[in-house]
Unconditional design. Sequence first.
Length: 121
Amino acid sequence: MTSLALRSSTSVIAVSAIGFYQRWLSPYKGYHCAHHALYGQGSCSGFGLKVFREHPADQAWKMLRERFTECRAASQMLMTQHQERRKKSRGSAAQSGSDCGCDDSALEAFCLGAAVTECCF
């Protein structure tokens, strides 16, 4: 098997796996890609599909790892922003009787999983 064929079959497997994730797992996991939430660009899985379709597999893996690093940083920034909002809202929540200051817009912007579930769900 040539290197080109291996790249091609590796990319086909990666694209298939990402497609499975997008169809069967992502809609049910309960939160969105942090990179997409923070920057408004496509999700990491969408990025993965694009790079595996347009680049050799070895380059695509490297690009996807870099994207995951960016996504982790985006997640940390969003969680920090959410925690700061919670701290600010606690004073007003005590006055209003609410447990948390989350409203629909905060939920939409910062729903990233367990960090938010304590407060907003």
